[in-house]
Design a protein around this ligand. Structure first.
Ligand SMILES: Nc1ncnc2c1ncn2[C@@H]1O[C@H](COP(=O)(O)OP(=O)(O)OP(=O)(O)O)[C@@H](O)[C@H]1O
Ligand SMILES: [Mg+2]
Length: 316
C-alpha cells in the first residue's frame, strides 16, 4: 500500500523580485514538503535572502506567488506570520537584556498569556541548550550562544515552518555541529525547516532535499543524491579486498557493464556504464572469483563538487 504523499508546506510559482533593472529573483518555482529539512544553496547574490524574506512576508514579490501551508504570503500575510519563524541573516540583539527577559518579551509580542510564558521560555531554552544562561545578559553571551538565542526567539510561538538564513554563519566548527544537531531535533519534532547556507558539506548530511539557485533562477531541486547523479552519467563504486587487487581488476573488467577499473591507494575504483545498472553483481563476481571482499561502497560526490559543477560562479 502506498502511503499518502507528504503535504506541501511551501509552493512558489514564478516568484519574481526586481530591483530597478536587476532581477534578484527570476521566476522561482519551488515545492517544499511538510517535514523537509530543506537546504537552500547559492552563491552570494543568488537570491536566497530575497526568497526567504518574501516567504517571511517582509518583502513583496514583483510577480508570481508563494503559498505557505495554504496561505498566500501577500493576501494572507498575518496568517503566514503566525506559522513561521524567520531568523534573518543579521539580527540585532538587545545586549542589556537578560536571556529570559528577552524571550519573555517576544513571547508577549506573540500574545502568549503571561501564565504560559514562563514554561514556554524554559522549554525553548532547553531545546537550544541555553538553560544555564537564562539569567545572563545577552551582551555577555558568545557569538554561538547569541545565534542559539536567535533560534530560541523564532521558536517561541511554536511555528510549523522555520526559515533560517545562514544560521550557522560565523560559528566555530563545534557550534556549527551543535546548531545542526538542534535543527535535526526540530525536524524530528515535526517542524519543516528551510536553511540557507554556504556550508555545503554540512547541508549534504543534514538536509533531505536541496535547491540550488543562481542569479535568481532554480538550477536544481530534489534529493541530495539526485544532484549528485545529475553531474555524472556513470556510477562509481569502491572495492577493497584482502589480497590481489590486480587480479580482481581483471575479473571485473571483463564484465560488459563495467567501463573502468582503477587501482587508487589501497582500493579499486570501479566505474559502471550508467546509474541504471544494478551494482550488486560486483561483490557477487568477486566472491565467485575467490576474492576476499572487505569493503564495497558507492562513491560520494560531494555537494561542494555538485555546486561547482552546476553553477558558473556568476554573481550579479
Ligand atoms: N534592497 C535591495 N536593493 C537593491 N538590490 C538588492 C536589494 N536586496 C538585494 N538586492 C540584490 O538582489 C540580489 C539577490 O540578493 P540576496 O540578498 O537575495 O542574495 P543571497 O543569495 O542572499 O546572497 P548572500 O549569499 O550574499 O547572502 C543581489 O544581486 C542583491 O544585490
Ligand atoms: Mg543572503
Amino acid at each position: 500500500m502506498n502511503s499518502a504523499p507528504p503535504a506541501v508546506a511551501i509552493q512558489t510559482n514564478g516568484l519574481t523580485r526586481v530591483y530597478g533593472n536587476l532581477i534578484a529573483l527570476g521566476g522561482l518555482t519551488l515545492t517544499v514538503h511538510q517535514g523537509d529539512l530543506f537546504g537552500f544553496i547559492g552563491s552570494n547574490g543568488a537570491g536566497k535572502t530575497t526568497t526567504l524574506r518574501i516567504l517571511a512576508t517582509f518583502l513583496v514579490p514583483s510577480a508570481g506567488s508563494a503559498v505557505v501551508f495554504g496561505h498566500d504570503v501577500v493576501r494572507d500575510a498575518d496568517a503566514v506570520r503566525h506559522i513561521i519563524g524567520y531568523m534573518p541573516d543579521f539580527f540585532g540583539v538587545y545586549k542589556d537584556m537578560e536571556v529570559t527577559e528577552y524571550l519573555d518579551f517576544f513571547g508577549a509580542c506573540y500574545r502568549i498569556p503571561a501564565t504560559q510564558r514562563e514554561k514556554t521560555v524554559a522549554d525553548v531554552l532547553e531545546l537550544v541548550g541555553l538553560t544555564e544562561k537564562r539569567g545572563t545578559l545577552i551582551g555577555a553571551l558568545s557569538r554561538g550562544m547569541q545565534q542559539r538565542l536567535g533560534l530560541a526567539r523564532v521558536l517561541i510561538h511554536d511555528p510549523k515552518l522555520l526559515l533560517l538564513d545562514e544560521p550557522a554563519s560565523g560559528l566555530d566548527p563545534r557550534a556549527r555541529i551543535e546548531m545542526m544537531a538542534i535543527l535535526q531535533e526540530l525536524q524530528r519534532m515535526g517542524k519543516t525547516i528551510i536553511i540557507s547556507s554556504h556550508i555545503l558539506s554540512e547541508l549534504q548530511t543534514l538536509c533531505n532535499r536541496v535547491a540550488i539557485i543562481e542569479k535568481g533562477k532554480l538550477i536544481y531541486s530534489g534529493p541530495v543524491q539526485g544532484a549528485q547523479q545529475q553531474i555524472s552519467d556513470s556510477a562509481v563504486f569502491w572495492v577493497r579486498i584482502r589480497g590481489d587487487h590486480q587480479g580482481a581488476a581483471k575479473c571485473l573488467a571483463a564484465h560488459a557493464d563495467i567501463v573502468g577499473t582503477e587501482y587508487v591507494e589501497d582500493r579499486l575504483k570501479v566505474t559502471l556504464s550508467s546509474h541504471e545498472v544494478d551494482p550488486s553483481f560486483i561483490p557477487e563476481l568477486l566472491i565467485q572469483g575467490g576474492f576476499r571482499l572487505v569493503e564495497f561502497y558507492e562513491d560520494e560526490v560531494g555537494l561542494e563538487k555538485v555546486f561547482m559543477h552546476v553553477t558558473k560562479g556568476e554573481t550579479q
